[in-house]
Design a protein around this ligand. Structure first.
Ligand SMILES: [Ca+2]
Ligand SMILES: [Ca+2]
Length: 570
């Protein structure tokens, strides 16, 4: 066996073999082949197809000898899957992916098969879009609001659609942003995937509510004139379209007590509130609406009450109100049973207690003051009250003794007296009595329990356990709170009914042991009996007050009896 190669052929040439020999040999080789098996081949109308659509296969086989037969295999997901006959054949594909197709041609010289691997690419539509997520409510003018949908299998693109107006969608992927114009409207957002085979199933609608600002507030209604301290004042504005809340602005010192954030509010004005404007505007999640016009409120200042608010029962107090009083009922007493008040503010006490007095000025603003009516007392100071029985000379008296020879009273007084105030109209009417009033050894006594409502003029009468009832010459005025009265001169005493001492002091007569208004025979028996029985003690029969009834008690009684001494009064 010899090896052939070009170099060998060259060598053959060199060996001078004829070239024609080589050409004949090659011709024979080709002829044997062309006279043998057929050559299978085919083509297709399109090597890519969408699922459910068809392509057409055409036979392109050659070198056929005799009557050929054809056997086609169109691969996975094809319909028909296999077929015989030369074709052309229309084949539909239903499964995505790549498909291998083969054709076998058999003729008189035998079979030949042509296989084209992954020849056909079958595509499908994108899958259905899922659920869109993103804000369901936005505001007009809001930009860059994000929306997205889960990635759609098979999609090469995303088509977003908004049914409202004024929305600009930015992006073409599964996540976009939307700019809502200032006039954007409510609508539905949808999306579907796209690819070369077409559009996937559209998503469910994602509803987007595009909110606008509340409309401008209307006109406020309510009290335009109020008083400081006034409460329960209502203001309102018509419901504002689109508002979910209401923002009110009030004058300084005013505050909302009810209805906050609504279109009907109740306002309280403090006692220092000032005039100002009320405004309101609607609010919602998108912001504030246009504010209302100013509603001007005049806050009138409160009047004041001046004057003494405490008054003694029986007295009056004059109150004054600032400014101009109201035309009707400027002054009102809440408790007339305690005090009444006149239209000029004069408070007249009626009984002990308190009453709220209200003053109203011509603005209708009121102020109150509480008047207290108390039971007050006056003081009556008596001087130069000298009891004849105890008179000790030099304008002083001894202390009345008891049976132990010591002062009966432990308060340092000479003795105790009774002081009466008698009516100026009818002396028998006693308007006030004070008993057990200590009388000092120098003749002074004070009565501190005289009701203040005793404002008239009265006779003052002094009684003592064995002295003559002695009364002032005239009625004494008790208008003031302190009344001073001397009993030291006959001109002060009714009927000038005073005795006079050995040293020139005037004395209330003694010796009326039985207190019948006269020193007479009726006073003797008790003195005589007590004297006879050696009685001692703090007794009316002890005229000289030395603690025993004895001969010293007779002279005053006898002398006054002799002089027909008796009481003198109106
Ligand atoms: Ca008598
Ligand atoms: Ca005596």
């Amino acid at each position: 066996m010899r090896y052939f190669s070009l170099t060998k052929i060259n060598r053959i040439n060199e060996l001078r073999l004829p070239k024609v020999f080589l050409l004949v040999a090659l011709f024979l080789l080709i002829s044997v082949r062309s006279l043998g098996q057929p050559t299978a081949d085919f083509s297709v109308s399109s090597t890519t197809v969408c699922s459910g659509l068809s392509v057409v296969f055409t036979d392109n086989s050659s070198n056929i000898t005799g009557a050929p037969s054809y056997s086609w295999n169109f691969g996975v997901g094809s319909s028909p899957s296999t077929v015989t006959g030369v074709g052309p054949h229309t084949v539909t594909y239903s499964e995505s992916g790549t498909v291998t197709v083969s054709l076998t041609v058999t003729d008189d010289n035998g079979p030949n098969t042509k296989t084209k691997t992954n020849y056909i690419t079958v595509n499908t539509l994108p899958v259905a879009a899922g659920t869109i997520t993103g804000n369901a409510t936005v505001c007009q003018g809001e930009t860059g609001v994000a929306y997205s949908v889960p990635s759609i299998s098979g999609a090469t693109g995303y088509s977003w659609v908004y049914s409202g107006t004024g929305a600009t969608i930015n992006g073409t992927t599964n996540a976009v942003t939307i700019d809502f114009a200032s006039n954007a409207t409510t609508g539905n957002l949808t999306v579907y995937g796209t690819n070369s085979c077409g559009n996937g199933t559209i998503s469910l609608a994602h509803s987007i509510t595009v909110s606008s600002l509340p409309v401008a507030a209307g006109t406020i209604t309510g009290n335009a004139t109020v008083c400081q301290g006034q409460t329960g004042v209502t203001y309102s504005v018509a419901a504002i379209t689109g508002a979910t809340g209401y923002t009110w602005s009030l004058p300084t010192g005013a505050s909302i007590t009810a209805g906050t954030n609504t279109n009907n509010i109740t306002v309280s004005y403090s006692t220092s509130a000032v005039s100002g404007n009320i405004t309101v505007r609607g609010t919602n999640g998108c912001g504030n609406g246009t504010v209302s016009a100013n509603y001007v409120v005049t806050v009138n200042s409160l009047p004041t009450i001046t004057g003494t608010l405490s008054v003694c029962l029986g007295s009056t107090t004059q109150l004054s109100g600032s400014g101009t009083p109201a035309v009707t009922n400027p002054w009102v007493s809440a408790t007339p049973g305690v005090a009444t008040v006149s239209s000029s503010g004069l408070v007249i006490s009626v009984s002990a207690g308190t009453s709220v007095i209200t003053y109203t000025n011509n603005n209708g603003c009121s102020i109150t003051a509480t008047v207290t009516v108390t039971l007050c007392f006056k003081t009556l100071n008596l001087t130069s009250v000298m009891l004849q029985g105890l008179y000790n000379g030099g304008g002083t008296m001894r202390q009345a003794f008891d049976e132990f020879g010591t002062a009966h009273w432990h308060d340092g007084s000479a003795d105790h007296i009774t002081v009466e105030l008698h009516s100026a109209i009818d002396y028998t009417t006693i308007v006030f009595t004070a008993t057990d009033v200590p009388l000092s050894t120098n003749g002074t006594a004070s009565v501190t329990t005289i009701p203040a409502n005793l404002n008239g003029s009265y006779y003052i009468t002094i009684r003592h356990r064995n002295s003559i009832e002695t009364t002032t010459a005239v009625t004494i005025p008790f208008a003031g709170s302190i009344i001073n009265q001397s009993f030291g001169n006959p001109s002060f005493i009714y009927g000038s009914n005073l005795g006079v001492s050995f040293d020139g002091h005037y004395l209330i007569y003694g010796g009326d042991v039985n207190q019948d208004g006269a020193v007479d025979s009726g006073d003797y028996p008790p003195v005589v009996n007590d004297n006879f029985n050696y009685v001692s003690g703090y007794l009316a029969t002890d005229i000289d007050g030395n603690g025993s009834i004895d001969s010293g008690d007779y002279p005053i009684m006898v002398n006054n009896n002799f002089n027909y001494i008796g009481t003198a009064h109106p």
